[in-house]
Design a protein around this ligand. Sequence first.
Ligand code: ADP
Ligand code: MG
Length: 476
Amino acid sequence: MTTKEFLQQLITNPEQLSNLVEEAIEMAFQQGFLFRTCETPNSSEVVTYAPFTLFPSAVPKARLVQALEVQTHFNTLVDKISQDPDFLEEALASTIQADDFTARLVSIYRQVQQEGQTQSIVVGLNRSDYMVEQSMDGTSSLKQVEINTIAAAGFGVLDRLPEVHRHILRTTGLLKESECVQDTNMTPAMAAALAKAWEVYGQKKAVILFLVEDVQISQLTQRYSEIELWNRNIPVIRRKFEEVSRRGSLDGDKRLFIDGLEVAVVYYRYGYMPDNYTEQSWAARLLMERSRAVKCPDIGTQLAGTKKIQQVLASPGVLEKFFPDQPQVVEQIRATFAGLYTLDMGPEGDQTVAMALTNPHKFVLKPQREGGGNNYYGEDIVQVLQKFKNDQRRAAYILMDKIQPRTEQNIPLRKGLPPRLTTVSYEIGVFGAYVRYEGEMILNEALGPVLRTKSIEHDDAGVVRGVAMFDSPLVV
Ligand code: ADP
Ligand code: MG
């Protein structure tokens, strides 16, 4: 029997389903696959399991391999962009006229550039997301949704899920399939990247600062990363923007201090959305960016992950600029791109508007935001574009081809949600970890892959938002 056949049979047997769900949830607890609850997001007194699918999802091996193989090139690309002020300025010129948040980030970038960068170590932890499109003829292709260069979620807790899924397959007698669930072990590898940067920084007593959210629903998952660092005798502290703004300072060498501790590395778990910032937080962000501490990511790397940059990279000749002598790298990266279109003022942008208004259901309209729930689909695209299709405000967005992912059957498990058979689609996420030191990549790796899966009822995703669930790939 396959998972698919088993599922069909399972839904006709409520008792068996409920037993299996209980088995899965208890195994999740047993493995430490934990999340704080929405009701008490700042306390671990009462916790629940992180949302996940009862079964892992079948993913074509060739697509996983492709996503893993291209990742080190994406790492290099993001890193090159982050150090290219001319490219960033030109690519984001229209966006910053229309989008205050990006403008604010760019102004910090400029200020740091003008002062002269104080740190030649950079550590990057990004996640490139893909959907697998299935053609009529049975072939599949990998299409990048976006790349997240700040606070990419999934480290920690996701390493625990394959074990849960393997157990579920074993208990249901799907032994052969249970062997196709791979372990990820991403957290030790991401910690190794942070540790490398800390080591190169070269101060035994200096700490790694996790710059954390105001509402800390995913705190438990970050604990896995912290413990990996403590196990290497690297001290970790957690602070909010507000605390850095009140108690952080730079010394004469621009070394960053907080509460008497020197900070070697700032790992941002926050700061990717406008509502993450008050005026105080902006000041704290600037302080950290100007400092000698290693940033994960620095502001240039964060900007390299904007939707606008993604769109510009898809324009003819742009990738070639970053990889002048490596046509095969250009080819490998470009093969993952979906159609991306500018909305800057001018004839090209006008054409994009016309195309979107004629066939809104073929596209996604995206602002420069992260975290899910910000995009427009179908008729909403028409409504939004009608408002400002003729003025500069449209440049805050980009247009993208709507990807049509493969669909699967699965049973979502989320606290409070009755388990039922649901048509879902997944996104593959591959993590990139790298460290640049004095212009050289001294670490450049692909980690993962992980899956985030959502019901096809939803256009948009986001695990914390309550739409997507964690999932693991069953390699086929
Ligand atoms: P965010 O930074 O908010 O995560 P994304 O680009 O990842 O922005 O979009 C959020 C979600 O919207 C994705 O996880 C995916 O489910 C859906 N989405 C985004 N782009 C596309 C696309 N081109 N085709 C289909 N769905 C998309
Ligand atoms: Mg996303």
